[in-house]
Design a binder for this molecule. Structure first.
Ligand code: IMP
Ligand code: MG
Length: 372
């Protein structure tokens, strides 16, 4: 189980361990010491972020060295700004010295540009740049980076000196921002006539969730002739089942459209173990997960009664014939049995009594969701 942490309004997941950082600093210390040879270098840390890197790095540096700091500030929240403030400049004469900048992270390179401006008029012997982390996709400058610890994707990280609005610097390891923030994702199940639609509408409102009904998603994609819709249709026209991957791709598109959502209610999917697995993978790729499968439980005889009376007014032919109704109910239990096992194994299966007034059932569902 990964431990997600919350700093201010954002969630972060573990990304780089303290051990890995330690190993990288060890490697850099040896590499730099070899290059520096007999010189006594001056390591210059860029505050605030680099205090941990500098502290741990110089303990590993195997030869005599000096250490000093300059203090620059650029970040606002999770965005790097062009406007670098020089808070504390150089306080010592570095003429003729071998200088190695120690950075925690190089992102756009704006801070580094300021460092180069600071050193432009210093008559140092050499100026080299070392950074623990480097985001190549974000880097917009062409100053050479002489020593790079770990290249990382262009995502905001915290820990090991790096902060999000002041918090997170004390963490001994690195955490990366979660793609999607905290979500409640439900798989809603119920036999025909259980009142799933009614309850989904209610849950959607109460918890601000996006209702993804696989049937609706299919109809939407086919009607709008999306690439995935056409692909799905080509299978359906041949009387074949639409491959799971096509369905998953459609669901992925729905999830992508709603990354700000508080979560999703999946309805009509998954129906097989393989689909449940695929859905877990999809949620995982969004840094999220299915929190619960909630099944509305209603006695067969009550379902038959409900559907027959619905059939009298709705005109749905499959709601009018008792053997057909019983068959649909039986099919539901056949299909969901495996899913009940799948989610039970993850302690995520919740059966809810679906008999009673709409409000009563709603209260029962909320009780389950509020505890997730
Ligand atoms: P740059 O000027 O865009 O290269 O950014 C450098 C400075 O921004 C670093 O010294 C950090 O203080 C800060 N920074 C860049 N990326 C991150 C990050 O992912 N998390 C926290 N701070 C960051
Ligand atoms: Mg910094």
């Amino acid at each position: 189980m990964i431990t997600v942490i919350k700093l201010h309004d954002k969630y972060f997941k573990p990304f780089i361990s303290a051990k890995e950082i330690d190993d990288v600093l060890q490697r850099l210390a040896i590499e730099i010491a070899e290059d520096v040879g007999d010189e006594i270098p001056v390591f210059v840390g860029i505050l605030n972020g680099s205090f941990m890197v500098v502290s741990d790095f110089i303990k590993k540096y195997p030869k005599p060295c000096e250490v000093t700091f300059i203090k620059l500030a650029s970040y606002e929240g999770v965005k790097s700004t062009e406007d670098i403030q020089r808070l504390i400049g150089l306080t010592q004469d570095l003429t003729g010295r071998t200088v190695i900048i120690l950075e925690d992270i190089i992102d756009t390179g704006n801070t580094l540009a300021e460092v180069h401006r600071i050193f432009k008029n210093e008559k140092v012997k050499s100026l080299k740049i070392a950074t623990l982390f480097y985001k190549p996709e974000a880097y917009k400058k062409d100053f050479k980076l002489h020593y790079v610890g770990i290249e990382i994707p262009n995502k905001f990280i915290v820990g090991y000196g790096l902060d999000y609005d002041g918090l997170g610097r004390n963490l001994p390891e690195i955490y990366q921002i979660k793609e999607t923030q905290h979500m409640t994702n439900l798989v809603l199940f119920g036999p025909p006539g259980a009142g799933k639609g009614t309850q989904a509408d209610f849950l959607k409102e109460k918890y601000d969730l996006v209702h993804i009904s696989t049937g609706d998603v299919f109809r939407y994609n086919i009607k709008n002739e999306t690439a995935l819709g056409m692909l799905a249709k080509s299978y359906m026209d041949k009387g074949e089942l639409v491959p799971d991957q096509v369905t998953i791709d459609m669901l992925n598109a729905e999830v992508e459209k709603n990354t700000d959502a508080n979560g999703f209610i999946f309805d009509g999917f998954p129906r097989t173990n393989a689909q449940a697995d695929a859905l877990d993978k999809l949620m995982d790729s969004k840094d999220s997960q299915i929190n619960a499968m909630i099944a509305l439980e209603v006695d067969d005889e009550i379902l038959v009664e409900r559907l027959l009376s619905r059939g009298k007014t709705s005109g749905r032919t499959d709601d009018a014939d008792e053997p057909i109704i019983r068959n649909r109910i039986a099919e539901y239990y056949n299909k969901t049995a495996v899913l009940k096992d799948f989610y039970s194994a993850q302690n995520k299966y919740f059966g809810v009594d679906g008999v009673g007034s709409i409000e009563d059932i709603t209260v029962r569902l909320s009780t389950v969701i509020d505890k997730l």
